[in-house]
Design a protein around this ligand. Structure first.
Ligand code: ASP
Length: 440
């Protein structure tokens, strides 16, 4: 595979400078109308387009890259029982880590109750400020509601088995693409070895070309990341962070526990790798996830770094990482649980233990359907809130700080996939060793 070196130090510098410049501009714009007009003009005509060019270069390669790496990975496995074993292990690991994250989020919210003493005036003010955004989300969420059972069955089938794969892809639906990639790989594996090898070489070339395009994006990454963060911070400033500081701190605390306690424990005990070294090698992945807020946009970097620096074989990385970027969202599930409880507390609604168990199940299930793009979880989160009778429009209270929390949860999401890939790699190495011993 071709390589690109994500320059994570410069990206980090861009991130910090962008945040500082954004917060400072927000403060100045609050005091001067002339500056405010100038700020809107520069963000709209310079910062926003530069950030978008970077993001779009990353999104652009996702469909061909996911398809090529998944199909080639599955075709090379060659053996359906091996695919079944890896598939079951991967899904079980995803489910366990996601459930743990929701329990962690709910536990922290129950323990610290950041919403209980929340100022009612701030609540009204935030609800008014973000009423338009939350109304748009309600519209999105209700658009997904269906009436009859047949419609519901069709809706579920459409999620992974659409009638028209191209149609699904044009809407950036990743699950059908994954199913198609796996089926294509299985179908390839039963062709004659010559034809199969010819096609996998083609698929490898496609993956390499996509990675080269990501390399182009990475050249502008430090400037683009500066612009992306600048746009967000200049719009919202830091005051909101102060108003919601208790809630924000608890959510970030949970992210950190997941990242620096749970994942290292799993790496040490199950994967049997040095967690510090592993996390250090994963820095480019974390920086990309943080600055793009998108699991999909981080996928090319994840595939590249996991193969080159984390010693994960292409068949495992090609299978686990695209699947994980689509259905494994530990940080999102954790965050959803936190928001449901926080908003319930702000409105003085007590959620019983049984209701919280329902929240747990809903968060795990809904996180599977979340799109790996910035803010992808918000429409589904509103459906979860409505199911447990927490006012969905209450999401307005936390919308202003969502982008910041989105950056953090995307890091947790992506690292969940990487740890799972490392676990599958270690399990496969043990299986190879056993097979070798049996042969001798
Ligand atoms: N931004 C998240 C991701 O791409 C999804 C979300 O929780 O909104 O992983």
């Amino acid at each position: 595979m071709r390589s690109f070196k994500p320059n994570h130090r410069s990206i980090l510098v861009g991130l910090i400078l962008g945040a500082i410049a954004g917060i400072a501009s927000h403060e100045i714009a609050d005091r001067s109308q002339v500056f405010s007009g100038w700020l809107t003009f520069t963000t709209d005509t310079i910062a926003y387009p530069i950030g978008q060019i970077f993001l779009r270069l990353l999104f652009l390669v996702v469909v061909p890259l996911v398809f090529a790496s998944l199909a080639a990975g599955v075709a090379r496995l060659g053996d359906l029982s091996k695919l079944g074993r890896i598939g079951v292990r991967t899904l079980a690991f995803f489910l366990l880590t996601t459930s743990f994250s929701v329990v962690l989020g709910l536990g922290a919210m129950d323990l610290f109750r950041p919403g209980s003493g929340f100022n009612p005036e701030t609540r009204t003010e935030l609800m008014e400020t973000f009423a338009q955004d939350s109304a748009k989300l309600v519209e999105k969420a209700t658009a997904q509601e269906v009436e009859t059972t047949i419609m519901r069955v069709n809706q579920i089938l459409d999620m992974f088995l659409p009638r028209n794969i191209i149609g699904a892809i044009t809407q950036m639906q990743m699950l059908p693409l994954i199913v198609f990639g796996i089926l294509f790989g299985i179908a390839l594996s039963v062709q004659s070895p010559r034809r199969r090898d010819e096609m996998t070489t083609w698929l490898d070339t496609i993956s390499d070309a996509m990675v080269t395009i990501v390399g182009f994006a990475m050249r502008i990454a430090p400037y683009a990341v500066f612009c992306l963060i600048f746009v967000v911070m200049s719009k919202f400033g830091a005051q909101l962070l102060v108003k919601l500081s208790f809630y924000v701190l608890i959510v970030i605390g949970c992210y950190l526990i997941q990242l620096f306690v749970l994942y290292p424990i799993l790496l040490r005990t199950v994967v049997k790798r040095n967690p510090i070294d592993f996390l250090r090698r994963s820095i480019p992945i974390m920086v990309t996830a943080f600055s793009t807020s998108s699991s999909n946009a981080t996928l090319p970097t994840s595939i590249q770094v996991s193969q080159q620096d984390l010693g994960i074989r292409p068949t495992v990385a090609g299978f686990v990482l695209p699947l994980g970027a689509t259905i494994n969202m530990n940080g999102t599930a954790l965050f959803e649980g936190c928001v449901v409880l926080f908003v319930a507390q702000v409105f003085g609604i007590e959620l019983s233990f049984a209701k919280q168990v329902l929240v747990l199940v809903l968060c795990v299930v809904s996180s599977i359907g979340v799109a790996g793009v910035p803010g992808g979880s918000l429409p589904l989160l509103m459906i979860v809130m409505a199911q447990v009778e927490v006012p969905a429009a209450g999401i307005a209270i936390v919308l202003g700080v969502d982008r910041l929390l989105d950056m953090g949860r995307t890091v947790v999401n992506v690292m969940g996939d990487i740890v799972t890939a490392a676990y599958i790699e270690s399990a496969e190495q043990r299986a190879d060793l056993r097979a070798e011993l049996r042969q001798n």
